[in-house]
Design a protein around this ligand. Structure first.
Ligand SMILES: NC(=O)c1ccc[n+]([C@@H]2O[C@H](COP(=O)([O-])OP(=O)(O)OC[C@H]3O[C@@H](n4cnc5c(N)ncnc54)[C@H](O)[C@@H]3O)[C@@H](O)[C@H]2O)c1
Length: 250
C-alpha cells in the first residue's frame, strides 16, 4: 500500500495512462481527482474507480481552470500529495500544414498544461511538506518520426521543464518525467484501427519497429509512473525515464 492516504491530482484522468495510474494509486490505498477536458467522462470514471475519487472538468491549456481544479481537489480531498500531468492530444502532419494557431495549441496544451499543473500543485505540496510529480513526454522528444515536429517539440519541452523545475520545489518534493513509446490508449486506438483495420493487426504494424514486437499497455506505463510517484524512487528527481519496449535503442 505505497499510497495509503495519499491524494493524486491527475490530468487526462478520464482515459488511457492517466486513468490507469489513478486505478493503481487507488488500489494501493490512495484517492484521486481525475481532471479532464471531458468532465462528464472524468466523473463517470471516478465513480467506476471507487470511493474517494472525484471527477473534474478542466482544459489544461487554461491556467485558471487548472487552478480551480487544484482548489477543488484540496477542498474535497483535503490536499494534494501526488500529481500526474497526462492530459493531452496528438496531431501529426508535415510542417508546411501547421499554421501558428495549430502549433501554439500543441505547445499550450502540452508544455503550458504541464507548467500550469506543476505551478498550481506545488503550493499545495509545499503546504504538506512533501510530494511527487510526474510529467509525460514521449519518445518523440528523443527520436525523429515522420510528420511529428510540433508534438516532438512540445514533448522535448516537457522533459526540459521537468529538469529545471526541481530547483524550485522543496528538497522533499520530487519531479520526474516518463517518456512513453507506442502505447495502446484512447490516443492510439483510432490510428491502430485506421492502419490495421482491427486492433490486433494495428498493434502488429505499430509493433514492427519495437524490439519487444508489441505496443505497451496503459497499465505498464502506470507501473513506471507509480514507481516515480512512490517512495521507491525516494532519491530520484529531475529524470526522464523512457518506457518504450526498446524502440529508441535500435
Ligand atoms: N499513447 C501513446 O502511445 C503515447 C505515447 C507517448 C506519449 N503519450 C502521452 O501520454 C499522455 C496521455 O495520453 P494517453 O495515451 O493516455 O491518451 P488518451 O487519449 O487515452 O488520454 C488523454 C486524455 O487527455 C484528455 N485531454 C486532451 N486534451 C486535454 C486538455 N486540453 N485538457 C485536459 N485534458 C485533455 C483527453 O480527453 C483524454 O481523456 C499524453 O500526454 C500523450 O501525449 C502517449
Amino acid at each position: 500500500m505505497r499510497f495509503d492516504n495519499k491524494v493524486l491530482f491527475v490530468t487526462g484522468g478520464a482515459s488511457g495512462i492517466g486513468r490507469a495510474t489513478a486505478e493503481r494509486v487507488v488500489a494501493e490505498g490512495g484517492r484521486a481527482a481525475l481532471v479532464d477536458l471531458d468532465g462528464d467522462r472524468a466523473v463517470a470514471v471516478a465513480d467506476e474507480i471507487g470511493d474517494g475519487c472525484i471527477g473534474l472538468a478542466a482544459d489544461v491549456a487554461d491556467e485558471q481552470q487548472v487552478k480551480a481544479a487544484v482548489q477543488a481537489t484540496v477542498e474535497q480531498l483535503g490536499g494534494v500529495d501526488l500529481a500526474l500531468a497526462a492530459g493531452g492530444h496528438a496531431e501529426f502532419g508535415p510542417t508546411a500544414e501547421w499554421d501558428a494557431e495549430r502549433f501554439m495549441k500543441m505547445l499550450s496544451v502540452h508544455v503550458g498544461g504541464t507548467f500550469y499543473v506543476c505551478k498550481n500543485v506545488l503550493p499545495a505540496m509545499k503546504a504538506r511538506g512533501s510530494g511527487s510529480i510526474v510529467t509525460i513526454a514521449s519518445t518523440a522528444a528523443f527520436m525523429a518520426n515522420n510528420n511529428n515536429v510540433p508534438y516532438g517539440a512540445a514533448k522535448a519541452g516537457i522533459s526540459g521543464l521537468t529538469r529545471q523545475l526541481i530547483l524550485e520545489a522543496l528538497p522533499e518534493i520530487r519531479i520526474n518525467c516518463i517518456a512513453p513509446g507506442r502505447t495502446i490508449t484512447g490516443m492510439t486506438t483510432p490510428l491502430m484501427l485506421e492502419r490495421g483495420g482491427d486492433m490486433e493487426k494495428g498493434e502488429e504494424i505499430f509493433g514492427r519497429a519495437i524490439p519487444m514486437k508489441r505496443m505497451g499497455t496503459a497499465d505498464e506505463l502506470a507501473a513506471a509512473i507509480c514507481f516515480f510517484l512512490s517512495d521507491d524512487a525516494s532519491f530520484i528527481t529531475g529524470q526522464t525515464l523512457i518506457v518504450d519496449g526498446g524502440e529508441t535503442i535500435v
